[in-house]
Write a protein that binds this ligand. Structure first.
Ligand code: PPS
Length: 556
């Protein structure tokens, strides 16, 4: 297995040379990828893919040299950064704090084929697919291909004892005499069923078990990350001693279903696992209901297993039998024997409502961890996002809602009104599309921090562009609740009100780029609430907002 880190002899000169090189700051996805390229987890990759490998992976699921590879592993950069680069040139790749991770010698500078990439990975170009959305909104069009010389691994301050290079894992298995190891892929906390399934699978295969959760997407500010890893540590103690190990995989999720699984399997093979197994819920996490585990397993067995060189262990469906007080394979149920089941949705509902989760389903320590992050809506942070034309009533209704929430008590609320934000946070911005987007992203960022910490942010900008609103929704939904209220008061009514005299000025051409007159407003497609305030008092409008917050469980 390869290791692309430079030896001490070459390290010093390369570090000195790197001070003269242009630097690219790695994104979180790139940082996950580079860690696995450098430490051999993605062996045989020697760097980020050049154009030939990229195209070959999209067309044939193999590298240009025919070795199987499921997904592009690419380094995307901005056009501006790429403009002055030339093939053969070296660049420094650094983490966001400026620490030098690797030096890359550029082989290719090329433009991705977004449509083909989306089709190859997701079989669709519809932006509603989370993978397509991620690729089109978070990844740049220009890719750099080239080989890497590793300086140091990306730094992790969290759970260092659970982070191993593939080399370290292989050596540990060897030392312990673990000749057959099942790598178990998961992204979710494990409960009793999964523990029973994996333990039984390992026993039948006469193998040891590596719980190998993918943790790449989670940032160090994500409470869920800590809760999840702590829950694995609790679960680890439920297996008989010396049978099972736990190691975190810095794999960034591509939302690509079976292709993600295959990439994980390559990492496991390179880490000394002889078998792999998929958490049943692993595939359903991104696109609920899109895959049934058996179908995926069959697909892997038929189409990929021989190319992967690592064997898949299929999940055996297991259920809880109250009569026997334990989990059994579903086909061992006797006639008339009724299993007890809690579906994923049931579990979510119980957690969301703060209800009990029975002991037969999970371990109390695991549920305690999960409850630290999955809170009932009234305890969760929230952003209430008003959008609509100038004069549609955003500020008035937002202010009235703020007062009502304060009166109800129990929530810390911050109002980020459009006009007020523009006097401080966005004081230097104008009303071009770019400036409006920057403004809304700033508001979204502040709101997401408030929401993350359990507070309530009320935002009331025009926010005329659907794309930017979607960006903000996605960012905030990751950390708490997001409720969009579209004030659909017509342009005619807003213009009739014209409280600030701005419409008159816009009509007269004195104010340029005025929303609704000389600038666009894209109507929200799926707001949680649509309100036309024509002929409605501010109190009536605020009451409707309070009702929807109540209906969604955010206030009692
Ligand atoms: S945006 O598009 O979301 O960034 O706008 P926002 O930050 O909410 O600012 C809108 C307020 O700025 C005043 N104003 C204008 N609005 C729209 N277009 C132009 N050209 C413009 N110039 C100034 C206007 O008072 C808006 O306030 P509201 O509260 O919406 O009436």
């Amino acid at each position: 297995m390869q290791n692309l880190y430079l030896s001490n002899a070459n390290l010093k000169t390369t570090i000195e040379r790197s001070n003269e090189l242009v630097s690219w700051d790695l994104t979180q996805k790139q940082s996950c990828d580079i860690e696995l390229i450098l430490n051999g987890g993605f062996s045989p990759l020697q760097g980020f893919m050049n154009k030939a490998d990229y195209e070959s992976v999209l067309n044939n699921q193999s590298l240009a040299n025919d070795a199987f590879w499921p997904l592009p592993i690419t380094l995307d950069v901005t056009e501006q950064f790429a403009a002055d680069l030339k093939p053969e040139q070296e660049i420094a790749l650094r983490d966001p704090e400026g620490v030098l991770i690797a030096v890359m010698q550029i082989e290719d500078i090329y433009t991705r084929d977004l449509e083909q990439e989306c089709k190859a990975l997701y079989d669709t170009t519809d932006e509603k697919h989370p993978g397509v959305y991620f690729l089109s909104s978070h990844i740049n069009d220009v890719y750099l291909g080239g080989t890497l010389q590793g300086i140091q691994a990306p730094i992790h301050h969290d759970f260092q004892r659970r982070r191993d290079t593939p080399r370290e894992l292989s050596a540990r298995f060897k030392k312990l005499g673990w000749n057959r190891v099942i790598g178990f892929q998961t992204r979710r906390p494990l409960h009793r069923r999964e523990v029973n399934q994996t333990f039984r699978a390992a026993r039948l295969a006469e193998a040891n078990l590596l719980i190998h959760p993918a943790v790449g997407e989670l940032t160090r500010e994500d409470l869920y990350h800590y809760a999840r890893v702590h829950s694995y540590e609790h679960v680890l103690r439920k297996y008989p001693a010396q049978t099972t190990d736990l190691s975190l995989a810095p794999l960034f999720p591509r939302h690509a279903g079976v292709l993600d699984v295959l990439l994980h399997a390559i990492l496991q093979k390179n880490s000394g696992c002889t078998h792999f197994m998929i958490d049943e819920s692993y595939l359903n996490a991104d696109t609920p209901g899109a895959y049934v585990c058996e179908e995926v397993e069959q697909d892997i067995k038929e189409n990929y297993e021989s190319r992967l060189g690592i064997e898949l262990i299929c999940n055996e469906k297991m259920v809880y039998s109250p009569d026997r007080g334990g989990y059994i394979p579903i086909d061992e149920l006797k006639p008339g024997e009724q299993p007890q089941v809690i579906s994923d949705q049931d579990l979510r509902n119980r957690l969301n409502q703060g209800l009990d989760v029975p002991d037969w389903y999970s371990f109390p320590e695991v549920i305690e961890e999960v409850r630290k992050v999955v809170k009932p809506p009234e305890e969760r942070g929230l952003t209430l996002f008003f959008t609509g034309l100038s004069g549609s009533g955003k500020s008035s209704v937002a202010n009235a809602v703020l007062v009502r929430i304060m009166e109800l008590g129990g929530r810390a609320v911050t109002l980020l009104d459009g006009d007020i934000v523009r006097q401080n946070l966005s004081a230097e911005l104008g009303f071009s599309k770019q400036d409006r987007d920057t403004n809304i992203r700033r508001i979204g960022y502040v709101a997401s921090e408030i929401t993350r910490h359990g507070g309530m942010a009320i935002c009331a900008p025009i926010a005329p562009y659907a794309d930017t609103r979607r960006f903000v929704r996605a960012m905030i939904s990751n950390v708490g609740g997001f409720v969009e209220v579209y004030l659909s008061t017509s342009l005619e009514e807003c213009e009739r009100r014209d409280r600030k005299g701005l419409y008159a000025k816009a009509r007269a051409g004195i104010i340029k780029e005025f929303t609704g007159i000389s600038d666009p407003y894209e109507v929200p497609e799926n707001p949680e609430l649509e309100l036309d305030t024509t002929g409605m008092s501010v109190d009536q409008a605020a009451q409707k907002v309070i009702l929807i917050l109540g209906k969604l469980g955010y206030i009692k």
